[in-house]
Design a protein around this ligand. Structure first.
Ligand code: ATP
Length: 758
């Protein structure tokens, strides 16, 4: 016997502590109407965790607490304690004795205790479920409830039978699994909606990260391009600057030399001052000219003198000749013409000269010739030549003098000429020297120009390189700012073209335009990098967090989906088990039902039928010409089977529950309840006036069945039926005095009959 003891305190009409011992297989509780018997049955429901207040005839928690009467004040709480035997460990816990207590307070708060320890309702339910005791209590048949199994629909009936078969635990498990499944699906939806919520942001971050990745990649490319560019540029500039500086040395040195040479040339030129000498030359020239003129005059004089001497000589000769010839000889015309022709010749000759002395001499000759001619004409010719001899002597003296002067002049002229020549030669020599210096100077200046042009050219190239060097420095600075200090190691960068290392010699020889193109490419890369923006650590961190969270959510979904799968499997398995056990249980109950039924009614037939619920469907009526629609009922194949009863009373043709009288219905329901209890006997059964409608004969049959039932389950029977009382081992009487408080007392059978009838 599992039920040991029940204690009520403040529960409904049991204001005071009331206790019941259940030491016999059948305990009957008897008493007059309204004394509180059903309250005892409800106290069982209460302590076993019933949540439906309706099934305990209450609306709220405080309806279960003693509400007070005129004589006794109301209580603050109701408490029911049930002691169960667990020596067979039917409840799945270690204790031999289990004391379950439930209290309810006026505020509606409930407390559950197992062996004095506070527990949750769930703990109580789980423990009881292990022993097939459910709070819905198929084993507690309240007053008037026996009929419920007949009036219930197929689905409700199935639930009651499942409960009786102990399948509730599977149902619980299944419901639990379904609840979990539902919850899991909701969780999946929640997690998916979380993912959906975060998805646009994650896509945004993904795009940002891709940009960052591209930027990182681009930075890598840029670093390489930069290193190559910088190395080439530095090498090129250094080499060419060096080269130009060296090339500049030669013209610079030369220019310096030329500077000195030019100075020298200028100095040389400066020393060749010609003025003094030129003046000297000029004066010499004038002196020479004067001497020459003087000599010419002297020569002319001498010539005149000589002419005069010749004339005198001829005169002397004439005189001498005439003295020897006829003095009056005729003058031939030819002589006269000859004479005149002579004069003309002399005049013509003299007229050609502008010199006065010559003119004078011409005139003198003319006069002289005329005299001679006259003398010839007149014949008055003197033969005396003394005067002429004297004149000749004077003239010879004069000529000697003149010749002396001429000789002096010639001497002086020669000296002056020599001096002049020397000076001229000297001046000419100096002029040539100066021209040489000049030529030299112009040559130097020319060379200077050349050198300067060359230097200018080199300087211009150098200044270009200088500018490019500045540009290079700026570029290097920019590269460091943009990338990192790593680029400063560009000189270690190995340039490889077509698999071959590029040497410095090749670098410096390269066309400049190629490097300029490289620079343009570099700029393009920088712009692209700028467009991509910088590396944002916050974005990376955020993306990492969001991604991790998304992955976590994905794992969650995967876990949840795995759970869904497992739960579906579990539900399927439970459903199969349930169905299997249900079908098997129904068969057994069906047999028992038929046995009890025929026993009760002394014949007839009772069956349990498994049926699918019907659903209404609208279909086309094929017989109708207009194609009308009609409503038909079909079995819902997907739905769970329900249970219908098919009963046939002995000696009656009618079948079905609707045809039964009240007593017949009571017997039928009792037969079914007993059949259910036989198949899976509960630890105890409480039947509250199930026997109320039975006549004497049926009461006996009922009593027999109770005794049979008591072999498998402990029975607590609330009854007014004498027959039933007679089968009980223990009898409790419940009374209620004017104070409205129920009291319990153990009574003897006869007393019980008396109490029940009171
Ligand atoms: P019957 O034989 O007619 O079925 P019964 O013996 O089963 O009667 P119950 O229905 O158990 O009687 O008891 C009903 C009595 O309990 C009523 O008198 C009712 O006033 C009383 N009662 C119910 N709830 C409370 C409560 N909270 N406080 C006080 N009395 C209560």
């Amino acid at each position: 016997m599992y039920l040991k003891h029940l204690s009520l305190s403040g529960f409904k009409s049991f204001a005071k502590k009331s206790e019941l011992e259940f030491s016999a297989p059948i305990t009957a509780i008897v008493g007059p109407n309204g004394s509180g018997k059903s309250n005892v049955a409800e106290s069982f429901r209460f302590v076993l965790g019933e949540q439906s207040l309706k099934s305990m005839r209450g609306k709220k928690g405080e309806d279960l607490i003693f509400g007070g009467s005129e004589a006794v004040s109301r209580g603050n709480r109701a408490s029911v304690t049930l002691e169960l035997d667990n020596s067979t460990k039917v409840f799945g816990v270690d204790f031999d004795n289990i004391v379950i207590e439930r209290q309810v307070h006026r505020d509606g708060q409930n407390e559950y205790l197992i062996n004095g320890s506070k527990v949750r309702l769930k703990d109580v339910q789980e423990m009881l479920a292990a022993a097939n005791i459910g709070a819905t209590g198929h084993h507690i048949i309240s007053q008037g409830e026996a009929d419920r199994i007949l009036s219930a629909n197929a689905k409700e009936r199935r639930e009651m039978i499942e409960d009786a078969l102990g399948l509730k635990v599977y149902q619980y498990k299944k419901a639990d699994a379904e609840k979990k499944l539902q919850k899991t699906k909701e969780n999946i939806e929640t997690v998916q909606s979380l993912r959906r919520e975060v998805a646009p942001h994650m896509q945004f971050l993904e795009r940002q990260i891709k940009k960052i990745e591209r930027a990182v990649q681009l930075r890598g490319e840029l670093t390489i391009v930069y290193c190559e560019y910088l190395r080439r540029e530095d090498t090129y500039l250094a080499w060419h600057q060096d080269r130009l500086n060296k090339e500049r040395l030669e013209p610079a040195d030369k220019l310096k030399d030329l500077e000195d040479k030019l100075q020298e040339a200028k100095e040389t030129l400066a020393t060749h001052v010609k003025d003094v000498k030129s003046e000297e030359l000029l004066s010499l020239e004038q002196s020479l000219k004067a001497v020459r003129e003087k000599r010419q005059v002297l020569v002319r004089n001498s010539g005149q003198i000589e002419g005069q001497i010749s004339y005198i000589d001829r005169r002397i000769k004439d005189i001498e000749t005439r003295s020897n010839s006829e003095s009056e000889a005729p003058i031939p015309v030819g002589e006269v013409k000859k004479f005149i022709s002579n004069l003309e010749k002399i005049a013509e000759k003299g007229g050609q000269s502008e010199e006065v002395s010559l003119l004078k001499r011409t005139l003198s000759d003319i006069v002289h010739n005329a005299n001679i001619f006259l003398k010839q004409i007149l014949g008055n010719i003197s033969i005396n030549t003394d005067a002429e001899e004297k004149e000749k002597k004077d003239l010879i003296a004069k000529q000697a003098e003149a010749l002396k002067d001429i000789a002096k002049c010639e001497n002086e002229e020669r000296k002056l000429s020599e001096e002049y020549e020397l000076l001229r030669v000297s001046i000419e020599a100096e002029a040539s020297e100066s021209r040489e210096a000049e030529r030299e100077m112009f040559k130097i200046i020319g060379e200077q120009r050349e050198c300067e042009t060359k230097i200018m050219q080199i300087d211009s190239e150098l200044s270009i390189l200088e500018r490019e060097r500045d540009e290079f420095k700026r570029e290097l600075q920019e590269a460091v700012t943009l990338l990192s200090r790593d680029v400063t190691q560009y000189y270690n960068f190995e340039i490889v073209v077509d698999g071959n290392k590029v040497s410095n010699a090749e670098i410096v020889k390269e066309e400049r335009s190629v490097q300029y193109q490289r620079r343009r490419d570099l700029e393009k890369l920088k712009i692209r990098l700028e467009e991509l923006g910088g590396v944002n650590k916050d974005i990376e961190k955020e993306y990492k967090d969001v991604k991790e969270r998304d992955e976590f959510l994905l794992r969650e979904i995967a876990d949840l989906e795995a759970s869904v799968e497992k739960l579906n499997d579990l539900i399927k398995e439970l459903t199969e088990q349930l169905n299997g056990l249900f079908v098997a249980g129904i068969e057994k109950i069906g047999l028992e039902f038929n046995r009890f039924f025929t026993l009760m009614f002394g014949g007839g037939e009772a069956k349990l039928l498994r049926i699918k619920p019907k659903i209404k469907k609208t279909v086309r009526d094929d017989d109708s010409e207009e194609g009308e629609e009609m409503v038909v009922e079909e079995e819902d194949e997907s739905a769970e089977e329900g249970i219908e009863l098919d009963v046939k009373l002995p000696n009656k043709k009618v079948r079905g529950l609707d045809m039964l009288s009240g007593g017949e219905r009571a017997l039928t329901s009792i037969a079914l309840i007993f059949a259910m209890s036989q198949v899976n006997p509960p630890l105890f059964i409480i039947l509250d006036e199930t026997d109320a409608a039975l006549d004497e004969a049926n009461s006996r049959r009922y009593g027999d069945m109770i005794e049979a039932l008591a072999k498998k389950s402990q029975l607590i029977l609330i009854t007014h039926n004498r027959e039933t009382m007679s089968r009980a081992g223990i009898l409790y009487g419940v009374t209620m005095a004017a104070d409205g408080v129920s009291k319990l007392l153990s009574v003897k059978f006869d007393d019980a009959v008396a109490v029940a009838k009171r």
